[in-house]
Each structure stands twice: as C-alpha cells, then as structure tokens.
Design a protein around this ligand. Structure first.
Ligand code: FA5
Length: 342
C-alpha cells in the first residue's frame, strides 16, 4: 500500500510539472485529489485495515496529498505569472491625470458651519428642534395667542387643519426651539439654533417659502441689552471680517419686551451712506429683543427671576450680503452654475 501511494504521488508530480494551462491544473486536481481519485479510494478503504495500518497508511496518504496540492499551487502561480501581459498593464506616467469630480458643501451649509464655529468659540451651544411643530411651541408658548393679530405676520403651512387641539404646522421661525430648550435646561446658558423655516408666502428676490434662520438665546440672572449688543458686534465683525457696528431700533414681537429691529453698519460704506444701504448707512438684519417674561413662564421658569435676549436672523440674507448674491431663489434652484461658485 505504501509503495502504491508513492507511485501515485510521483506520477502526479511528474504530470503536474508538464502542465501548460490552468485548465490542465484543474483536470489534474480532479484526477489526483477529487472524489473519485485513487487517493480517495485508499482513504475510504482505511476502515478495513488494522489500527496499526490505519495510522501508518493514513499518515502517508495525507502527506502525499499535501505534496500534490503544493505542486498544483506552485504550477498555477507559474502559469499566472508567465501569462501576465506586461505590455498592456504598463503605466504611462507622462499622461496628464484626470481630475476627479468632487462634491462640496452647499454655500448655505458652509455659512451655517461658519456661524456655528464663531458662536461655539464664544461658549455657545448649538440646539436643535423639529421642523414639523405644534401650534403650542410655534405660537402659544411664545406669547402669541390664537386670536392675536401678530399671527398674521407668519403665513403658516398647517398640517391637517381640522385636527384636534394642538394643530401641527411647519415651523415659521426657529423661536420654538427657545421653549423646547428652556423646558429642559436651567439658566444660565447661551445657545444658537440654526434651522429650516417655512412660510406660505409669494417668493421674490428676498423671500422664499423655505429658508433658514438662526436663533440666539442667552438667559441668566443679569443679562442685559448691553451684552446683547456686544455679542452681536463680535459675531458680525467676525462673520464679515470687518468692524461692524450694531444699531437697535424699537420694534414689536410678542415674545420679547422690549423688541428691536437689529441693524448693522453697511458693509460697503461702513455707515457713511451708499447705494447698497440706500444712503442711510445701515442694513436691516432681523428681529431681536429681551425675552418676554410670559415666555419664561410658559417654559416653566418663575416670573422675573431671569433675563435673556434672543434674536432670529435669516441665514440666506446673511449669505447674500457676505457673498453679494442678488436673488435668494438661487440657493434652492439646484443650478450647478450657482452652486459651483462657492
Ligand atoms: C421672526 O421670525 C422672529 N422669530 C425673530 C425673532 C427672534 C425676534 C427672537 C425676536 C427674538 P421675522 O419674521 O422678522 O422674525 O424673521 C426674521 C428674519 O428671517 C428676517 O429678518 C429675515 O432675515 C428672515 N426671513 C423671514 N422671512 C423670510 C423669507 N420668506 N425668506 C427669507 N428669509 C426670511
């Protein structure tokens, strides 16, 4: 039996050393190691032998099998290497490369990141809230009762208006995040909250039905309008990369008292007066004010314990000023000629 094994093995190795193709390797593998091979027959018949013989023959058969396998592998490698077509695989390093097309962040995301960076650098936290809101957070808790005429200011997309008590809507501003945050956190804190807002209004070069705002909210026991103005000046000077002055004009928003229109000195003329600012030296940016105590109470704080300021600015409007973009509708137009410029 031993000599039979050696004989098969030697025959196999000799045949393997003459192969020329991968198919031949495959055939020999089948012939010598396959299910019907002589080796398999020997291994199958082991059960008829004595214990002593089983051990001995089994061992030699396995060693011979291993040697055949190694030879098959060796010749397979030799065939692969000799078939390798070096000519067609040659790399011509003088051919100019093809530039890969890479996407990049949309200008609005870039501006949003920039704003978040400046504010987190001043110790602010970034807070988030849902785009589909309840009437409670978007209006009621912000001191805008159901029959209050100020609601008309925010043309609202309602969801299933006939539904029960707390109507759902697409938030018209980022101010509801103020309430959501205050319900869960105790002062002092400072947050900003950038996010998408929706208004059912006709679009033009400065109005979109879907746009971004970013809210700021600072609450503590001794927060004043002076802090508010200073932080505004710091932020806008960093954002526009030049010294910016802030001006507050009296205005009305139900959730702040006093309320302000927030202006910054004109980016073109620094306040001297030019065409961009219609000669008055200032640009209007958005609403702001000291948080109305009713809003604190609606959020679960005691009346008159805390003071805070808040503002809500349009992100597209800021991007338009910074990058001299003339029409807000370009942001969501999907026009690659526009998108690729930034
Ligand atoms: C508000 O939405 C208030 N929530 C802002 C606020 C927050 C006041 C905190 C006081 C305290 P207003 O409706 O004015 O306010 O919108 C604020 C800014 O959002 C505007 O100045 C403008 O920059 C931007 N904005 C409003 N409507 C649109 C629109 N349709 N398209 C693009 N930007 C808009």
């Amino acid at each position: 039996m031993q000599s039979k094994i050696i004989e098969i093995k030697n025959k196999a190795i000799e045949e393997i050393s003459e192969v020329k193709t991968k198919e031949e390797i495959f055939d020999l593998e089948k012939k010598y190691l396959g299910r019907n091979s002589e080796f398999n027959q020997i291994l199958k018949n082991l059960k008829n032998l004595s214990e002593e013989e089983k051990k001995e023959i089994g061992k030699s058969a396995n060693l011979a099998k291993k040697e055949i396998e190694d030879n098959l592998k060796k010749y397979e490698r030799i065939i692969s290497e000799s078939n390798f077509d070096f000519q067609s695989e040659k790399i011509d390093i003088t051919i100019p490369g093809k530039r890969k097309k890479r996407g990049h962040l949309n200008i609005l995301s870039q501006v949003r990141n920039e704003i978040e960076d400046i504010f987190t650098g001043m110790g602010f936290e970034v807070a988030d809230g849902p785009e589909v809101e309840t009437e409670h957070y978007n209006f009621d808790a912000l001191n805008i009762p159901k029959d209050h005429p100020a609601r008309d200011e925010w043309d609202t997309f309602w969801i299933k208006p006939e539904e029960k008590l707390d109507h759902m809507l697409l938030r018209t501003h980022t101010s509801p995040v103020q309430i959501r945050y205050m319900e869960k956190n105790e002062p002092p804190f400072r947050i900003i909250s950038p996010g998408k807002c929706f208004r059912r209004e006709a679009t033009d070069s400065t109005h979109e039905h879907t746009f971004y705002q970013f809210e700021a909210l600072v609450v503590g026991e001794d927060v004043s309008v002076a802090n508010f103005k200073y932080i505004g000046e710091q932020f806008f000077s960093k954002f526009f990369n030049k010294d910016i002055k802030v001006r507050l004009r009296p205005s009305f928003f139900p959730f702040v008292e006093p309320g302000f229109e927030f202006d910054i000195s004109c980016l073109m003329c620094s306040g001297k007066g030019c065409r961009a600012c219609k000669n008055n030296g200032w640009l209007e940016l958005g609403g702001a004010g000291m948080v109305n105590q009713n809003v604190f109470v609606a959020s679960g704080y005691p009346r008159n314990k805390y003071q805070g300021f808040a503002w809500g600015f349009g992100l597209e409007r800021l991007a338009m000023m910074k990058y001299k973009i003339s029409d807000i509708r370009l942001f969501h137009s999907g026009d690659l000629r526009f998108i690729k410029q930034f």
